[in-house]
Design a protein around this ligand. Structure first.
Ligand code: CO8
Length: 258
């Protein structure tokens, strides 16, 4: 499948989706997000892929939703067509692990899709923000909710109400990103993490992701109950037998994704 706005490559059991609209700093238009959704659908059903990396260019992960495409909407058109929902939400619905590797601008919808990924690895050059207020709107694909859960109310309010950007160090301190690396090391670090994940049992990685995400909508008690039941269910897998046998026999496990 040939894509016009993204670049899809593979490295072993890892797929890399690179947003590729350099002239618009990877602004997210419907065509690009449609391609991301198509690629993710194909990767989800591809047993050979255990983890995905979503990335952009050195200058911009994505500078937000495409303002030029969005600007002519009125309430009814944006409500009825909901041009962003199906495609953007393909990232949050993706069931395998997905890492955002962010360099440069991750603004507005760019920050929002990075937050839909399971974790963010940032280059020192990364800049995060929800500047929609400068355009007379506000975050529209989960930014107010996910940012608040990631960095707390004070910083989420600060970023969404002032529209300012935060650099990688502030984002790491606040808990938005899991690690910061030099720009030159970004893809190697992301690939290393993704390859480690892809080498694990795929169903176990998927269930772990599902369990952590489920916790956002549950009380602590419900979340712990959900975790315990799924933990117990993993003892029905061959990979649990293999993983524990490998430890006892002092060898590497060979997971079969069963
Ligand atoms: N949309 C469209 N085009 C963009 C965008 C964007 N978000 N960002 C940059 N571009 C374009 C510019 O228009 C410019 O194009 P051209 O050369 O044709 O004029 C090109 O990219 C390069 O941009 P700049 O010249 O501005 O580059 P600078 O290095 O000077 O500045 C910035 C970089 C600071 C990132 C600047 O481009 C900027 O502020 N961009 C807009 C950031 C922004 O406001 N993002 C939020 C957008 S709104 C949003 O994301 C809402 C999400 C919810 C959507 C879902 C609704 C249902």
């Amino acid at each position: 499948m040939a894509y016009q706005n993204i670049d899809l490559t593979r490295d072993g059991h890892v797929a890399i989706i690179r947003l590729d609209r350099p002239k618009a700093l990877n602004a997210l238009n419907s065509a690009m997000m449609g391609e991301v959704a198509q690629a993710l659908a194909a990767l989800e059903s591809d047993d050979a892929i255990g983890c995905v990396i979503l990335t952009g260019s050195d200058k911009a992960f994505a500078a937000g939703a495409d303002i030029k495409e969005m600007s002519d909407n009125d309430y009814l058109s944006i409500y009825k067509n909901d041009p962003f929902e199906a495609n953007h939400c393909a990232i949050e619905r993706f069931r395998k692990p997905i890492i955002a590797a962010v360099a440069g601008y991750a603004l507005g919808g760019g920050c929002e899709i990075a937050m839909m990924c399971d974790f963010i690895i940032a280059a020192e050059t990364a800049k995060f923000g929800q500047p929609e207020i400068n355009l007379g709107v506000m975050p529209g694909i989960g930014g107010t909710q996910r940012l608040m859960r990631a960095v707390g109310k004070a910083k989420a309010m600060d970023l969404c109400l002032t529209g300012r950007m935060m650099d990688a160090e502030e984002a790491e301190r606040a808990g938005l990103v899991s690690r910061i690396v030099k720009l030159d090391d970004l893809m190697e670090t992301a690939l290393d993490a993704a390859s480690k994940i892809a080498a694990q049992s795929q169903p176990v990685a998927m269930i772990t992701k599902e369990t952590i995400n489920a916790g956002f909508n549950m009380t602590l008690e419900q979340g712990i109950h959900f975790e315990r039941r799924l933990f117990q269910s993993l003892f029905s897998t061959q990979d649990q037998k293999e993983g524990m046998a490998a430890f006892i026999e002092k060898r590497k496990p060979h997971f079969k994704n069963k």
